[in-house]
Every structure is written in structure tokens, then in C-alpha cells.
Design a binder for this molecule. Structure first.
Ligand SMILES: *Cc1c(COP(=O)(O)O)cnc(C)c1O
Length: 476
């Protein structure tokens, strides 16, 4: 065991014990209202942390009781606040999977509110006064918006793919191009999903080039599906060839084999007039001959977590009766939000104006310059002098595995706090009740105005003020 210096031993002796701190009358005043076991655990955590700092030489003096009490109060606040909380997304990644993907439209939030605290007609047919289907609330809407004959929704797109493969291809073969055996965020890998569903994967073509003749040659009596997978989060460039949905569908008359598409993000409206192009809509995929398309509710669609399935009735009907559906079914809150979001799509202009994901993706460079000016002006009124804001041009991305190469011009606000480093600012902004998540580039801490919502502004200025306080304390 290392011998502690007498200075450190001395300091450790002056560090108050938990029991003594608990007896401080100034502490009792502050912690009134917190359950005693929580207070004891909080006090112990703070004392342990101080002991650690003494041992590692970080602390040269035991803090005054008032300072220890302040540390305890902040520890208690941290311990009793909710783990899952709202944050300000300053990353510029619009569909950010780690930050909850799509923020909901007001209409969707309202719909959740209206069914969450009371009862609802989730599975009750109000027309006939008998048991109904939870899927009925959105099936018609999805058909209307995509032109599909039938539709179904499940928990997420991964569930949609598993349900489709299990129902339609268990024990049989599914043909996929080698260029589309993708992994999306670690736990979703096409070969693994295939194995899980009990379907046999038949890989055809090469990494960069696959031809329709490869598909034709792989078809046997055991073939259940031809599957196309959207290469969501990467792009193959150079000497490439992929087989389109249209080409796959052309084999159907002679083979009778259905074409399924995992569209990943999946868009209901054409965004090419906003510089976001190369992505057919779900309706277009179906028109080109896809028999079944699955896509996420919380990516480009801008709704809640959901997996939407649209396509031929003869393929979707068996899924509705598969026992797996019960395990993958969507809950009422997400269903309410999905219905409200889909309703907005009935009027494209309304969808673009009210669905935050679409609104953020379609903001122009000019709009973002003006937005940055407004945000800076509002923030400057509320934040301390130690914080300065500097605007820079930059780029944002769509995220959510959609348009991996797309760079949207944006305006960034650099945050400077005294002499603090970008890393110190980043850490300080993660601590407030509403944390702020930005990005560091070339030692600058940056917030992208594209993903900062209007409703974030009061929290953003509070969090900046709190971070400034924290930064100044550490520097001192
Ligand atoms: C995102 C994605 C998934 C998974 O969707 P979730 O809704 O997250 O389950 C599956 N396939 C593709 C191609 C994707 O892009």
C-alpha cells in the first residue's frame, strides 16, 4: 500500500464524517422535503467524492461547510431529477437517434395527451358498439397517403421487417443483393434479422454490383421473397449497379415472387424541391411494383416510434393474424401520435409547416441566417457577459440513416465562455436540468440553429447561464 503524505492524511482527518454533516442545522433547512435515505446517500456520495479528490491531490483544502452543503444540494437535485429528460439538440442532425429522433408536431402531442390520462376507444368500435381493432385508426390513412391496398403498424421498422419475414418466408428463401446486407445501428443487421425470422438468406451479386440476372438465377421453388433494403446510412459510389424495385417487379409475372422493400426512413412527400432528392416516396415505390414496403414512423416521417407496413392485402392479411403481431404491437400513445401526424400529411403544405422534422429539413440557408440572428439577439438579453456568441457558416445533416451524403448549408453559433476550452463548455452544458448537446469542431463549441426549436430558447438561455457559472467556478 502506498504511504500517504502527512499533508493528505491531515486533510482526510479534517474531512467531515457523514453523521456529522447530517447533524448540521444549515443542511437540515435545505434538505427539508427530501426523503432521509436519499439525503444520507447524497451526503455520502459528496463526502466520498471529496475524499477521492483529496487522495488524487485535486483538492488542496477541505471546502467550507457552506460549500459542502451547496455540493450536497446539487447532488440531491441530480439524484431526484428524472433520468429521461428533454434536451436542446444543437448538433444539426435533424433525425438524431440518440436524442429521440423526431420531435412531434403539436397536433401529435395533443393527441397523446387526449388518450393518455383517461380511457379511449383504442379497441372499441364506436359505430357498432363492439370490439374493434387498434390498427383501424391508421390503416385507412396509410392506404390513402401511399396508394396501398392494405396497411399495418407495429412498434418500429425493425419489428415490421421481422414480422414480414417471419410471416411470409419462415423456412423458405429470401433473395437479397450483397450490396444491401446492411447494419443499422449495431443491433439491426439484415443477415441476423433474417436468421431470427427463420428465413434463409440467399445473397446474390457483389458488394458493388448486382444485376437482375443474379436474382433470376437464384430463384427456386423455395423462394418466398425478393427483398430490397435501403442502404440508409452509407452510399456505394463508383462502379456500381443496383437492381431497382421496378426491375425486380418485372420478374413477378413469370415467377409470382413478391417484392419487399425495407425503405428505412421512408418519405411520404417529395422533398426534391428543397434540395433533398434521390429518394422516391412510399407511393412511388409501390407504383414501381413493390408488393410490400416497411418504414419507420420517427425518421423522415416526423412522427412517433412506429413501423409502418404498406402493400398488397394478400401479404398483409396473414401478418394481421400472426401470433408475433401481439408481441410487436404499437402502444396507444404512439398510435395516437401517429394518427395525428399522418392526418397532417393530407395537406402537404400543412405537413411541411407543422411537422418539426420536415420544417427543419426544408429550412433554407437564408432562413437559417435570419434564425441565427434572432436566436443570438434573444439569448444576449438573457445570458451573462462572460458568454459570447459568434456566428459561422456550416453544414447540417438529415440523420436517421436518411440521405447519408446530404450536407445542408446552415448557420452555427459558437459559444465562448471566458477562457474555458470547448471541452469544458461541452461538459458544463450537459449538466443543467435541460442539457444542451452541441458539437466540437476545431476546438470550437458549436450549436447548429437548424435543430434548435423555438420552444428551446428559454431553456437554452438558462442552461447557458448555468454553464457559465460552472465554467467560471472551475477556472477559479
Ligand atoms: C432505421 C432502419 C431500420 C430500423 O428502423 P427502426 O424504426 O429504428 O426499427 C431498418 N431498416 C432500415 C433500412 C433503416 O434505415
Amino acid at each position: 500500500m502506498a504511504v500517504l503524505s502527512t499533508g493528505i492524511q491531515q486533510l482526510l482527518r479534517t474531512l467531515p464524517k457523514v453523521d456529522r454533516v447530517m447533524a448540521w442545522s444549515d443542511l437540515a433547512l435545505g434538505v427539508d422535503g427530501y426523503p432521509r435515505p436519499v439525503v444520507v446517500a447524497g451526503v455520502r456520495a459528496v463526502i466520498d467524492r471529496l475524499r477521492g479528490e483529496v487522495l488524487t491531490g485535486v483538492l488542496a483544502d477541505v471546502p467550507e461547510p457552506a460549500r459542502i452543503i451547496a455540493l450536497i444540494m446539487s447532488e440531491l437535485e441530480f439524484r431526484t431529477s428524472r433520468s429521461l429528460r428533454g434536451v436542446v439538440n444543437g448538433t444539426g442532425v435533424v433525425v438524431h437517434t440518440n436524442l429521440g429522433r423526431s420531435p412531434l408536431a403539436d397536433e401529435a402531442e395533443e393527441a397523446i395527451h387526449s388518450v393518455s390520462a383517461g380511457y379511449s376507444n383504442l379497441e372499441f368500435d364506436l359505430e357498432n358498439g363492439e370490439r374493434g381493432s387498434r390498427y383501424a385508426h391508421v390503416e385507412g390513412l396509410i392506404c390513402e397517403l401511399t396508394g396501398a391496398e392494405a396497411a399495418l403498424v407495429v412498434n418500429n421498422n425493425a419489428a415490421a421487417v421481422i414480422l414480414a419475414l417471419t410471416t411470409l418466408a419462415q423456412g423458405r428463401e429470401v433473395i437479397v443483393s450483397r450490396g444491401e446486407l446492411v447494419e443499422i445501428g449495431g443491433s439491426f443487421r439484415i443477415p441476423d434479422v433474417m436468421r431470427q425470422s427463420g428465413a434463409r438468406l440467399v445473397e446474390v451479386g457483389t458488394t458493388n454490383r448486382t444485376h437482375i440476372t443474379d436474382f433470376r438465377a437464384a430463384i427456386t421453388d423455395a423462394t418466398a421473397l425478393m427483398l430490397k433494403v435501403h442502404t440508409s446510412n452509407f452510399a456505394i459510389v463508383g462502379f456500381t449497379a443496383e437492381v431497382s424495385i421496378g426491375a425486380m417487379a418485372m420478374l413477378r409475372p413469370e415467377t409470382g415472387i413478391p417484392v419487399m422493400l425495407d425503405a428505412g426512413s421512408g418519405s411520404l412527400i417529395d422533398l426534391s424541391s428543397y434540395g433533398i432528392s434521390g429518394e422516391p416516396t412510399i407511393r412511388q415505390y409501390l407504383e414501381k411494383g413493390a408488393d410490400l414496403v416497411t418504414f419507420s414512423g420517427d425518421k423522415l416521417l416526423g412522427g412517433p416510434q412506429a413501423g409502418l407496413i404498406a402493400g398488397a392485402r394478400r401479404l398483409i392479411e396473414p401478418m394481421k393474424h400472426h401470433p408475433l403481431l401481439r408481441a410487436l404491437r404499437m402502444d396507444k400513445l404512439n398510435l395516437a401520435a401517429l394518427e395525428a401526424t399522418l392526418r397532417l400529411y393530407r395537406d402537404e403544405r400543412r405537413a411541411l409547416a407543422s411537422i418539426p422534422t420536415l420544417r427543419m429539413l426544408t429550412m433554407t440557408g437564408g432562413q437559417l441566417v435570419r434564425r441565427a440572428d434572432t436566436i443570438c439577439r434573444k439569448l444576449r438579453r438573457a445570458i451573462p457577459d462572460s458568454v459570447s456568441l459568434v456566428k459561422h457558416p456550416g453544414e447540417s445533416s438529415a440523420g436517421g440513416g436518411s440521405f447519408p451524403l446530404l450536407q445542408l448549408p446552415t448557420t452555427l453559433i459558437e459559444i465562448r465562455i471566458g477562457v474555458s476550452s470547448a471541452q469544458q463548455i461541452e461538459a458544463a452544458l450537459r449538466r443543467p436540468p435541460v442539457p444542451v448537446i452541441g458539437r466540437i469542431h476545431h476546438d470550437r463549441y458549436l450549436l447548429d440553429v437548424r435543430t434548435i426549436l423555438d420552444r428551446d430558447l428559454p431553456a437554452l438561455s438558462n442552461s447557458l447561464a448555468e454553464a457559465a457559472k460552472r465554467c467560471c467556478e472551475t477556472v477559479r
